[in-house]
Design a protein around this ligand. Sequence first.
Ligand SMILES: *Cc1c(COP(=O)(O)O)cnc(C)c1O
Length: 479
Amino acid sequence: MDRFATYNEPLINEIEKSKKGICKTPNLLPSSLKRKEKISIPNLDETQVVRHFHHLSQMNYGIDTGIYPLGSCTMKYNPKICEEIASWDEFVNTHPFQDESTIQGNLQIMFELERMLCEITGMDFFTLQPAAGAQGEFLGMLLTRAYHEQNKNFDRNEVILPDTAHGTNPASVAMAGYKLVEIPSTKNGTVDIDMLKNALSNKTACFMLTNPNTLGIFEDEILEISKLVHKAGGLLYYDGANINAIIGKERPGDMGFDIVHLNLHKTFSTPHGGGGPGSGPVGVKQKLEKFLPIPRVCKKKERFFFDYDAPDSIGKIKGFYGNFSVLLKAFIYILMMGRDGLKETSEIAVLNSNYMKEKIIDKGGYELPYKKLRKHEFVLSCDKLKQEKNIRAMDIAKRLLDYGLHPPTIYFPLIVKEALMIEPTESESKKDLDRYINVLIKIANEDPNIVKNAPNNTPVKRVDEVGATKNPILTWNMI
Ligand SMILES: *Cc1c(COP(=O)(O)O)cnc(C)c1O
């Protein structure tokens, strides 16, 4: 590659010379570890380097580029002011082991954020420690076990899940050592009360549910569900990933849930996707408080402190006290939006979702299984397109890339054939929603060969996703 000339020898010599004057450290590297050949680094001027990286950044796609309607993920716009404040020196340069007296402000933010999350969810106490929703679920399972063991209920080893559950739910249940009991949904896409009754027993530790569920449907029998689970002696766990649909309207605490996790990176303003950091605080009702992880953030006479004095605590679930920068952004976001703003956010998220759903269904072959009003997301089936034109959900997702649009979540939830799971969020304008709707309908009517070969104009064509997972190549210059 001619772009990579050998290194700039005169310049390196200059640096070496100048170093000799200052650097007195003896050469500690054993010669066996020393490079024998000159390294090949690009010989480029600054303009070329800037253009190269700028070009790479333009190939990237994020919520700042366009709509990102990834169902279940709540890819909303994250106000830049949250990023800006979170990058202030006063926050960035604090260390987790700093003396408490020097981080009173940080502690106050954590303390107040816990109170805010209690108010939003209707729970009594929160811990901010878990680093993601999935870790919150796992913590929820550990709290469930601690609770039943305290009540000498050692036989409760089953956790019930509906078949619409997110993949992390069964994983967390299994990781915590519980037996998984899956129940099928009704033809309306909600919890089947009879199936639940059959599954409940004196072995039930917990029923885990998200509401609205992953089809975007509100479980309107939730109070009955809560009654049944509690009568059987189980706890009710709320997967809060979908709470963007109901903030200011409904609270899991009022529905009867005992344990709740929130995904701050989804609902409360932290850019996510492609990894962390995330935050999955867990809220509980009073009866579970004493099992929460340590330390708790407490306040005594206007002084904030970490409280480790909790003999029944399950211990620690994560190093330190949670991902502070994500907590901080959630705190700023909640303060900025206020009670009415958060409520309006949910209303618009639901409105956008239902607007898109109504405009797309039964046009071009997209069908809506389970005829019910949706909340913040909806799931279409492309099964008819598959039968008639051999176009699959995957092909539509790839073809959307040709139009510069991010695809929705596909093939989830598992109970919908050829699923497209669309969550527009509150961030999108009607114009952007209309464009997405029109492109989806257009794709359904295109020459199937073009759709099947998509993407046609992206830098990378269709990749072998299974191969990439099974046989990852983790170095950039492997030959
Ligand atoms: C995202 C999500 C989770 C897992 O949350 P993470 O923060 O990604 O670990 C759990 N349940 C549902 C419904 C989700 O959408």
